[in-house]
Design a protein around this ligand. Sequence first.
Ligand SMILES: Nc1ncnc2c1ncn2[C@@H]1O[C@H](COP(=O)(O)OP(=O)(O)OP(=O)(O)O)[C@@H](O)[C@H]1O
Ligand SMILES: Nc1ccn([C@H]2C[C@H](O)[C@@H](COP(=O)(O)O)O2)c(=O)n1
Length: 249
Amino acid sequence: MFVTVETAAPAAVIVAIDGPSGTGKSSTSKAVAAKLALSYLDTGAQYRAITWWMLSNGVDIQDPTAIATAAGKPAIVSGTDPAAPTITVDGQDAAGPIRTKEVTSAVSAVSAVPEVRSLITDLQRTIAGSAERGIVVEGRDIGTTVLPDADLKIFLTASPEARAARRSGELKGKEASDLAATREALIKRDAADSSRKTSPLAKADDAVEVDTTELTLEQVIECVVTLIEAKIAEKAGPAATAEAGQVAP
Ligand SMILES: Nc1ncnc2c1ncn2[C@@H]1O[C@H](COP(=O)(O)OP(=O)(O)OP(=O)(O)O)[C@@H](O)[C@H]1O
Ligand SMILES: Nc1ccn([C@H]2C[C@H](O)[C@@H](COP(=O)(O)O)O2)c(=O)n1
């Protein structure tokens, strides 16, 4: 005899992916979210967006008090479709301007200000909480601070040499040839992000660490998809593996 049971909509799965610069967080998160039909949030883009606004509005980024006072002024909106993630500041598309060298050099100082972190963290939690099927959120403090109850936490690492080579591949001309300068710049940004007082870059105790140094991007994506699928199956429980919508007595 079989008893028919109601099949509820699957619970949303929340995935946190953290790690230093150039370890593959964005590329991996976007790809796995697209494969599994989950939402995607690039939290680094949000810190870049607020930094761009500070620079554009003449806020002295060496002055934490000035940054804290201005922090609530810009309206930052993130689009979470992994196929076409967006970021706007006061309604203006910021996807291009937030990737400039100027913003990259200033973002660690701005993101270290507690008032900035508090506002952006609230925004991130709201976005994650409203993702119907679930979300992949990537950053530096997602597993430790923003979403400490995430279903799955992943911490990506890679050697500074591998990360510099990857970044160099994205640059053109003179910048691309200066591998040593790229390596130094990312080490400096990691050091600033890891040593700030408020929610520094750190691996959560319960995060799965994946060293991507010797892995292709496709291998990292496959590894993370496998981890998420296992978590989704675990959350669904044994009923999910029983015959579609039926449970044996
Ligand atoms: N495993 C990999 N092997 C080779 N290249 C990779 C790998 N993972 C990512 N890349 C490439 O490295 C570059 C950096 O990747 P990505 O932007 O995803 O890193 P990130 O961790 O999000 O960096 P950041 O924190 O600075 O934004 C991209 O050009 C990406 O295509
Ligand atoms: N959760 C996060 C995400 C990012 N930041 C800061 C520190 C990074 O250097 C910067 C830019 O991030 P990227 O676009 O390179 O991923 O934003 C942070 O403090 N916390």
